[in-house]
Design a protein around this ligand. Structure first.
Ligand code: SAM
Length: 306
């Protein structure tokens, strides 16, 4: 299904819980605050099935909160995989429980993983995440790679005066271990989740110049046209760096639909208020046409950019 800008919806970003064992200072809460309890496992599976059947999407990313804090996460992945409707099942995690759960997740059908890693320095890691667990997360990253999750990506959100001096270290680290580095500019438009404006203004770094410099150094640059027109840079030392830099161009390539853990379906990270909660509908005997109409309304609420 395409929105009014002819952007076809190809990816689902599904939050399975708003619980998190971290308290990252920069967290955007995936752009929403739940208004009701989280969906049950059956409700999640039914929603995913309907999304795949109606929208023909084949890619889904589980997020949170912290998805690995959802007790039934392995079961959720297994049941999604068994639907046979999704070709690419991935997850974004803080990595705290990854060492423990990676093998079960792969067995259940998880294909790949993104791990949030805001610093490679234990003290700074703790300052940013409120968790003294850098070594545990690094172990989780290794295990993820060893059990066959591929690719393993690192999410590095750059924060002024905190971790913005670690770029070179991150590039070396990801090249050495074969992880893809996602260089992420802090998004400052998180009005959906409260009064964080001052924080964002204080820690935001405009990555435009850094990206230009990295592009000059790169021996190749590709565009992930189906994924927010993201640039992928191939660095001479072997690192692969994916750029996540909010811009009009970025929005113009956005093919995502989001589902909050309470069943709120929304079309943009910055616009959860334009969403539609489908939890009650899931308990009625509605036809596929009913969901087609709901999904159409949400998809039609997507603006060209924000
Ligand atoms: N707990 C999981 C994790 O840490 O990946 C999933 C939720 S977290 C909100 C998902 C991703 O959003 C993280 O990788 C994080 O780097 C990114 N993120 C969170 N807040 C952000 C912000 N203000 N700007 C840019 N990226 C952000």
């Amino acid at each position: 299904m395409k929105d009014k800008c002819q952007r076809e919806i190809k990816h689902i970003r599904f939050s399975v819980t708003d619980n998190c064992n971290y308290n990252c200072i920069f967290c955007d809460n995936e752009g929403f605050i739940p208004t009701t309890n989280q969906l049950s496992v059956d409700e999640i599976i039914k929603t995913c099935r309907l999304l795949a059947e109606v929208l023909k999407v084949k890619r889904i990313k589980f997020t949170g909160g912290e998805p690995l804090c959802r007790r039934e996460i392995v079961d959720i992945i297994r049941r999604i995989n068994e639907l046979g409707l999704y070709e690419d099942i991935s997850m974004t995690t803080n990595g705290f429980l990854l060492d423990q759960k990676a093998q079960d997740l792969v067995n259940a059908g998880l294909d790949r993983v993104n791990v949030s890693l805001p610093s490679l320095k234990p003290n700074m890691y703790q300052k940013i995440t409120a968790s003294n667990s850098l070594l545990k997360v690094l172990k989780g990253l290794k295990t993820a790679k060893n059990v066959g999750l591929y690719p393993v990506k690192i999410n590095y959100v750059v924060l002024k005066g905190l971790n913005d001096n670690e770029l070179e270290e991150f590039i070396g680290f990801s090249a050495r271990h074969g992880y893809i580095l996602q260089l992420i500019e802090l998004h400052t438009r998180s009005d959906a989740v409260g009064q964080k404006k001052e924080f964002y203004e204080r820690y935001h770094v405009d990555l435009t110049d850094t990206i230009h410099q990295l592009e000059e150094e790169a021996y190749d640059v590709k565009i992930r046209g189906k994924m927010q027109n993201r640039k992928v840079l191939f660095h001479p030392n072997g690192a692969v760096i994916e750029i996540i830099h909010p811009s009009h161009e970025f929005c113009m390539g956005c093919t995502k639909l989001r589902v909050g853990c309470d069943g709120n379906l929304f079309g943009c990270l910055y616009k959860s208020d334009l969403g539609k909660n489908i939890r009650d509908d899931l308990h009625q005997d509605h036809s596929v046409a009913h969901y087609d109409k709901i999904f159409r309304t949400v998809i039609d609420s997507r603006e060209p950019y924000y």
